[in-house]
Design a protein around this ligand. Structure first.
Ligand code: PMP
Length: 409
């Protein structure tokens, strides 16, 4: 049970063919495939434990509530948060960031203040802050990247001042795959008393996240990128901040008492979980994170680490050697995610032909238009690997890409 093939055997979607070819799924940064344990829990709940959580005094509702709250505890443990109060279920990373941009900024962001975001951010870590700044009459400021895609840390000294109310940064960019120096960013911001939100949509998948050691103020991620269900995600927040923030949405489950004159709110974490949550999708985070833990730890963890090292080395040198190819974010500290362009070939054409060869990759702006503009392009091809992808798949990808480039030129 300690090979990449053993992991693959637990992920049924990988066994399918497309256009008669074995599927080579290299769009994991968009959505990862699910292991059987996740699928089984989703099926078990959909077919037998489909009852609303926190509300009723009967067995099915109790079971659903226990699974939902059990997943919250698993998340808490997985990211080493102090308490369940820190863990808010949301519909995904986007919703988690919007929650903070709305609620935190309503309380703390005023006219003349500013918010700092990183240039390598996904649109979900740009637009919510832009909206908050527009509402408050505040300014959005940017920490830029250099030609390699790495943060220009020297800019921080001029960017950070007492008007900055929050810094929102990508842990790992979904385009560049660079593991950013978030520890340094957090300590520089904290030196001025500025809280930091980390967009961990990619970070949670590829790096061991310990929110207590990191000392970040917020950490956001989606379940579906870490082998879980779509429409579920997490906002981790420090309790004092979450307590001080006003509710984001009003509705059932987030209240203490309600009268037409005045409403009091439920304690954390429910204060931020208005309405019936995606309790089935969220409960599935437990088996999803169990799977993520298993493949990154122990003997299997070593096998995965070695396989990823081989894939990164192979992919980097193959793309570097390819005539006319440009690999973006080509640095040492990188996850197995490769965004590139090949001179004379449109990324969309490359992806369409690769698809006919059974290979699923992403192209386009990848929800990071400012970063695309930074590199002077309107599109890239992205191949993003998960631990269940093999070196043989990487080799098939490169040989197929060479064929495609030959056809297009
Ligand atoms: N941030 C990053 C870095 C991402 O990669 C993504 C998804 N591509 C998101 C945020 C948004 O995630 P979701 O669409 O699941 O809310």
């Amino acid at each position: 049970m300690n090979t990449i093939e053993d992991i693959r055997a637990r992920v049924p979607a990988l066994a399918q063919t497309v256009y008669g070819k074995p599927l080579v799924y290299l769009d994991n940064a968009a959505t990862a495939q699910k292991p059987v344990e996740v699928i089984e829990l989703l099926n078990r709940m959909n077919s037998g434990i489909n009852a609303n959580v926190h509300r009723a005094m009967y067995k099915l509702s109790d079971e659903a509530t226990n699974l939902y709250e059990g997943a919250r505890e698993r998340v808490r443990e997985f990211i080493n948060a102090p308490a369940r109060e820190n863990i808010i279920f949301t519909s995904g990373a986007t919703a988690a960031i919007n929650l903070v941009a709305q609620s935190f900024c309503t309380r703390y962001l005023k006219s003349g203040d500013s918010v700092v975001v990183t240039e390598d951010s996904h649109h979900s870590n740009i637009v919510p802050w832009q909206l908050a700044c527009e509402r408050a009459g505040a300014q959005l400021k940017v920490l830029h990247v250099d030609d390699n895609g790495e943060w220009r840390m020297e800019e921080l000294d001029t960017l950070l001042d007492e008007r900055v109310k929050i810094v929102a940064a990508a842990h790992i960019s979904n385009v560049l795959g660079i593991i950013n120096p978030i520890e340094e960013l957090i300590s520089k911001a904290h030196a001025l008393g500025i809280p930091v939100l980390i967009d961990g949509a990619q970070g949670i998948v590829h790096s061991k996240v310990d929110v207590t050691a990191l000392d970040c103020d917020f950490y956001a991620f989606s379940a579906h990128k870490v082998y879980g269900e779509t429409g579920s995600g997490i906002l981790y927040g420090k309790e004092a901040l979450l307590d001080a923030m006003p509710p984001y949405m009003g509705g059932g489950d987030m209240v203490g008492t309600v009268t037409f004159e005045k409403t009091t709110y439920a304690p954390l974490p429910l204060k931020f979980e208005a309405g019936t949550p995606n309790f089935i999708g969220s409960a599935a985070l437990k088996p999803a994170l169990d799977f993520a833990y298993e493949i990154h730890n122990g003997e299997l963890g070593k096998v995965v680490e070695e396989s990823e090292r081989e894939i990164v080395a192979f992919m980097k040198s193959a793309l570097q050697e390819m005539d006319g190819a440009v690999l973006y974010g080509n640095v040492e500290n990188k996850i197995p995610l490769f965004s590139f362009n090949v001179e004379g070939c449109h990324p969309g054409d490359i992806a369409q032909i690769l698809d006919k060869m059974g290979i699923a990759v992403r192209t386009g702006l990848m929800c990071a238009e400012p970063l695309m503009s930074r590199f002077g392009v309107t599109s890239m091809v992205r191949a993003s690997f998960a631990p269940y992808n093999t070196l043989d798949e990487a080799k098939y990808f490169i040989s197929s890409l060479k064929r495609v480039v030959g056809m297009l030129r």
